[in-house]
Design a protein around this ligand. Sequence first.
Ligand code: UDX
Length: 456
Amino acid sequence: MRYNFLLITFCFFSLNAHNIAIIGTGYVGLVSGPGLAEFGNNVICADIDKEKIERLKRGHIPIYEPGLDQLIQRNVKNGKLSFTHDVGQAIEDSDVIFIAVGTPMNEDGNADLRYIKAVLKTISEHMNGFKLIVIKSTVPVGTGKWASDQLQKWGINKQKFEMVSNPEFLREGSSVNDFLRPDRIVIGTESEEANYIMNDIYASAFKDGALPLNTNIATSELIKYASNAFLAAKVSFINEIANVCDATGAHVHTVAQAMGMDHRISKHFLKPGPGFGGSCFPKDSQALICIAQKKGISLPVVQASLITNQLQKIKPIEKVKRLLDATSLENKTIAILGLAFKANTDDVRYSPSIDVISVLQDERAIIKAYDPQAMENMQNIFPDITYCLSPEQAIENADAVIIMTEWPEFEKLNLKKTKSHMRQPVIVDARNLLDIQELKKAGFHFATMGNGMHMQ
Ligand code: UDX
């Protein structure tokens, strides 16, 4: 067994609190940094975006994430967490470097590793001692090895660092809870000492019941893709079942409830909707297909979940046309309630609302939109639709309402009042938020996802 003297010394001197640099303050870095500080480590969150870092130093959190503000304030106050735009200095001041930069999808579906490479380059220029380099970003299988080769190509001695894969499983809107109370913590490394340090960094999470999963780097990298692609396929599956329910008059929630009573299936992730969005499911499913393709393997199940998802995103349009008995929505006023790809986030990346608004624009409909958090982000994509200050304002004089995101305030819509302010009493509830009996009582023509569309 090769013992790395540097690493053993490093273990010995950093046993209490580890000095950690988090490179990248996006959705992942900005939660992981404060989370690691909460676990008792000393953490510097670093980003090349100076303006963003200055805002963070002033306590302005650039993303909407419940509980994140308090988590950051608490750890800044107790001196465990700080922010800097001097990435090099953060690396020199730390023993463990977490890479949490984006890996967006390329046109060909592969993960774009340019930001990972840029951080590795900066690390190679600031190697003032032994470093544990932890890739938390979602990266293709083999990236850890590629990163190690890259550093050695830049003249860094293999004895001076160890690579670790430590994927995140954070859901937007609940990422603080998911980080502090994870189901499992996956640690991928070929080095026993590195594994020891990583388990020490997460010690308090394990004390609270998180389960460690120690494996090698490639397996850890694949676990992330397999988990996301499976969850995405599960969503596409229940959406397909919902479509069968619409055609047969069955009720999808009862089907899902019965399925979920089988512990092998579990009741989670069986809510039909307008399709999955977000920065992960679409990108990671596609990246997994590309990873397999490079090895000559096709993944028809993963491919199908993406195809189903694309079709699902425009189901609300089909339903609203059927309810209005219209082949075209030209000059119809359509109110879109919900722009974020799901509730409790301001993120609109790959949101189904983007597809719905695009089709409505092509049909020259009049679009009024409302979302409690995501309107600013959607304005970057669709600057010329009407953004309203309340659901009521969006509904005013609408020919139809489409509920796209499961924000709690939409469940409380006053149906009687809503109907009196609409041109026609037509609702497509793409998240099954509203009570069907109440909709019937209020005299709406409506469609849901999976409750026998033509039955209403
Ligand atoms: C996901 C994974 O859950 C998380 O582990 C990973 O780290 C990042 O990607 P996120 O994309 O934030 O998290 O959201 P998630 O709550 O998983 O929902 C993903 C999409 O599936 C959303 O568009 C959501 O509306 C949709 N969804 C989810 C459904 O349509 N039905 C469900 O039952 C669950």
